[in-house]
Design a protein around this ligand. Structure first.
Ligand code: IMP
Ligand code: MG
Length: 179
């Protein structure tokens, strides 16, 4: 029943995440000046990270959400990014900060960045809490990365396995018996 029992090991503790976000925020703000700012969260994974990050950005900004799916319930990226919303947010003429939980193959950030530019965004900056240390053959890297991690499946702080574990306050590795 207790969700912590399914975690084999904690990778990044909540205090460490908080500290890192405080460090990242000023740099991110500086890069966004010059046009109206809109923070775009990729749901559901970026829910927690966005909530913590954008409260550290003390400037006038809008926030929007986009629903995308790429994992379809497993522990490997399906390789196909699906847009689940009927309509994309209005970002024309704005500086967009695209926020996701984790960079894996890079396809999600690439597809959504292109979509935002297609909507007329003046500029797109990308930010992820985590980036898996791997080759992303030509795919997009993120402008801002909280932590670089080994190429393994992680949950918590917004990241899920089959929809669960998003509510863990830390990033951890699931016990193999759960998968
Ligand atoms: P990419 O498009 O391959 O870069 O995958 C990024 C998306 O896959 C993220 O938005 C996450 O939703 C999901 N994802 C990638 N790696 C993990 C993981 O280790 N745990 C949970 N979700 C992940
Ligand atoms: Mg995601």
């Amino acid at each position: 029943m207790n969700v912590h029992e399914d975690i084999a090991r904690v990778l990044i503790d909540e205090d460490v995440i908080r500290f890192r976000i405080d460090e990242m925020a000023p740099e991110i703000i500086n890069s966004l000046e010059g046009a109206p700012i809109v923070v775009v969260a990729l749901l559901k994974g970026a829910l927690v990270f966005t909530a913590d990050l954008f409260r550290r950005l003390p400037v006038r900004l809008d926030v929007e959400c986009i629903n995308v799916a790429s994992y379809h319930g497993g522990t490997e990226s399906s390789g196909e990014v699906q847009f689940l919303d009927k309509k994309l947010p209005d970002v024309a003429g704005k500086n967009v900060l695209l926020v996701d939980d984790i960079l894996d193959t890079g396809r999600t950030l690439q597809a959504v960045s292109e979509a935002m530019l297609g909507q007329g965004a003046s500029m797109v900056r990308t930010c992820v809490l985590l980036a898996k240390d791997k080759e992303r053959d030509g795919m997009q890297e993120a402008d801002y990365v909280g932590f670089s991690i080994d190429d393994e499946f992680v949950v918590g702080y917004g990241l899920d396995y089959k929809g669960k574990y998003r509510n863990l306050p830390y990033v951890g590795v699931l016990d193999p018996s759960v998968i």
